[in-house]
Design a protein around this ligand. Sequence first.
Ligand SMILES: Nc1ncnc2c1ncn2[C@@H]1O[C@H](COP(=O)(O)OP(=O)(O)O)[C@@H](O)[C@H]1O
Ligand SMILES: O=C(O)[C@@H](O)C(=O)COP(=O)(O)O
Length: 416
Amino acid sequence: MRLGVIADDFTGATDIAGFLVANGLRTVQLNGVPPAGLDLEAEAVVISLKSRSCPVEEAVAQSLASLEWLRARGCPQFFFKYCSTFDSTAKGNIGPVTDALLDALGEDFTVICPVLPVNGRTIYSGYLFVNGVPLAESGMRDHPVTPMRDSNLMRLMDAQSRGRTGNVNSVVMDGGPDAVRAALDRLRGEGFRYAVLDALNDAHLVTMGRAVAGMRLVTGGSGLADGMARAWGGGDAAAASAQGHPGAGRAVVLSGSCSEMTNAQVAAYRAAAPAMAVEVERCLSDPGYAAAIAGWVLAQPADGAAPLVFATTEPAGLRAVQARFGAGPASEAVERVFGEVARRLEAGGVARFIVAGGETSGVVTQSLGIAGFHIGPQIAPGVPWVRAIDRPVSLALKSGNFGRERFFFEAQETAG
Ligand SMILES: Nc1ncnc2c1ncn2[C@@H]1O[C@H](COP(=O)(O)OP(=O)(O)O)[C@@H](O)[C@H]1O
Ligand SMILES: O=C(O)[C@@H](O)C(=O)COP(=O)(O)O
């Protein structure tokens, strides 16, 4: 094994796994902390947790258990994958998990790099941009669970961690791997515990991929992993993705993301396919609601466009729901219903699940009880088809912000 990844949500895990496979690394994704007895052959193992917004202690405990599993199999380098929009609160969980992993490895320094230029996530002077807009001015301002109101990664990291955060800026990055290594050594010597790496383009990814080659723990988004894998070179992408191609069968689209991009994707798709809006009030009060939704899906023509079930709503609608029911209870109720709907649909013969939203994807995967995935071809950057290792079910787990407007169509077109 060459790389062990601990990802803080399920779409984040398939995102990074997709890039590793696209660079030819034989990669398996395991859902949840793997059992001690499990052994497998792979160059990269991605462990997907649902630790982004759970209590800090749970996130730390799950991440450490995952680290131990990887270490016990001789893994030489570890990657803590979090969101390219740095989804977190002032309490965590990115800072505390990074600190716990550093401590467990006996290390005192790492990089912070939530970057993915192909999807518009760039870092300049330590400020994170989403499609050219500072993070705090992007749609992430209004995220239902982790609203991001600051764009400065040094400040964000300092607020939730034990150490100080420095920056390796884009001018240094232009100087190549040796210049970056020298800057990292300097920051470490000055007592910094973390270094935010600037990245504006793919060349910067390869530079940082080379520069972090000897670092036991790195942290960030899948752009950093892409750079590391590109720096290694030499893989066969077609062979690495062979087992992940989606199997045949009936499809459904489940959308629990309220991001700007998902709103656009839902609007485009519902104009052409059968669609049902989830009512939050019924999620909270009607125990038969999931059965009713699943019944509606299964009653749609099996050979047409996949039916869409969506809780997706614009920021104003979301604010109204949260004011009425509370943000936590509303999102938990919606997640619970999606989980039960997915279970009922699998029992009813659905074999392809296209899911929008990180938390939503976690809940769907967990409630289906899928142990892990083979990673298939990418539908869009950061969104591969994946195939369950233990049964004939395929999924496309889409981060809320990823893909273009026609994503739900493209997922079905890619599956054939
Ligand atoms: N209409 C709604 N009202 C309240 N909460 C919602 C609504 N729709 C979705 N949610 C919740 O918002 C959260 C969206 O998070 P997630 O699935 O991770 O999407 P993203 O990838 O965009 O972050 C989930 O917890 C979901 O249950
Ligand atoms: O890095 C990213 O942007 C994604 O891989 C990711 O983490 C997805 O999270 P959600 O936006 O919550 O789906």
